[in-house]
Design a protein. Sequence first.
Length: 229
Amino acid sequence: MKTSWLFYIAALLFTGLLSYIHLNTELFYGIATLVVMTTLATCYRNQVNIVHIITVIFLFTIIEFALFELIDIYMREEPPYKKNFMIYLMHFCVDVPVLLILRKRVMYSLLFMRRFYPNDWRAVYITHADILLYGIYMLFIIVDSAAFVENLFRNMDYIFGVSEATAKPFWSWNWVYKSYPYAKSILLSCVVTILLATIFVENQRPEQEDDDEDDSDEVIHKTDQQQKP
């Protein structure tokens, strides 16, 4: 079996393990994920692209945790459908900015590096994590939207004031509601797995010498020689 297939299988097994842990220890898993991302960004700070991606995810994860706690505190006495309404909306509003930032991540990284580290801007490039995480956060948004819409249909008699006869056929719409924790845990586990896998791949990347500078020096040297009498 090729090494690449072993790598993919190991990544899938690792994702499954993380998903299982998340389902059984949700709060602890979230805190542990933040610690892991902070550790990765510190240990691999030479990998500029990974650090920037982790920073974006880390900041929005903190925002997500804070908003969830606020919803839990201030809507504790509210009916479940209202609380779910705000939770799904909150997740959607957090995931969309992450998706938009990942879409233009290379451009933002270049702007940052040219502003603060002008000599190291060549270290910025698109990684496997940029592509894969963009797809993962697209799935996040689809799951959030499906859960939000299903919640509206299932509780339309409370939310929109329609008659019970009209709303009753939709009371059994709970497919997304039941699968939502599993879908979120799998996607969150994929995020961590992709970050770790990308770090591993980037560590295997051979260091490239700055050929452009060498070539330019050689051209200047030859030009000077030609100008000599």
